[in-house]
Ligand binder design. Sequence first.
Ligand SMILES: [Zn+2]
Length: 351
Amino acid sequence: MMFRFFGSDIFRGSVYGRGHPLNIARVWPVIDICRALGWLAADEYQQIAPATPKELHLFHTPDYVAALLEAEKQQELSAAQMQRHRIGLDNNPIFPQVYSRPATAAAASMRGAKALLSGEAQIVFNPSGGTHHGMPDRANGFCFVNDPALAILSLLRGGAGRVAYIDIDAHHADGVEAHLSGLPQVRLWSVHEENRWPRTGKAGDVGQGNARNYTLARGADDTALLKIINQHIVPEVSEFGPEFIILQAGCDGLADDPQSGLCYSNRGYWQAVEQILALKTPSMILGGGGYNPYSTARAWAGIWGLIKGKNPYQTKANADVQKILSSLEWQHRRAQNRPARWTEQLFDETG
Ligand SMILES: [Zn+2]
């Protein structure tokens, strides 16, 4: 089995701006923790350059991509462009890498699709991806580019006949569902918190026909998540028999995350990911939501551990990992009394 981890140094520097929920370190701590644990071999890691505008046209409109490029260059847009494309509005800020950062995440997902199609790798991991709210002509929900949609379309362009998209983020995958759930080669499954933004994806909704939505009430825990995964999603995906699986593994459903009312532990979250890996299908695992830097870094480093056959459920932080976790900054009231598990071990407490 070959595995690939796609990343870039662009995720070390750029920020979304003061006060934004994404103004936290999310990707580089995962890379550094995996290296510090000895889980990431040099030949498994691949540095990615931003996608070209033309590559993004596979899902996004040329006008929108041009506006993103202009926003990056000028650091401002006309009022008309802002209104139409929602760039610089709605918590989708104009920041120095507003084109290149999302275009890098998108390139990683498109490169991942290529690696799966060619058989170069059986599992690919792109924690910078999973920006499932992006729309063809506008930014939406902190997402400028929809890399899961670009990954699905890349697989189809490469000849895939059956692609399963599974999304365990706390929020509904509205951008992916609205535009790809009518394609005959694609099936989508999303499990998310009910009555939470963007408020689409009601239980039983099928989108353009091929989406399946499952909702969980505020306070839902590991048992509730795993019930939906094991009793509904896994059997339905198995019946579909996909050639490829894309798993959006946003971790904002964790109890430690401030952006949802869901209460998963990372042990339940990892078990959900394991159930998908157990389908033994060439798969791409993406990041997504994750707004507590400590829980996000630990959750996603644990996913790479699972991919590699390691045991994150019992992994304590060695001195290097403790140093990485302790260095993370978070301007949030929840960080004032930092629980020991956030810096001393990958796994949450056992229940
Ligand atoms: Zn989310």
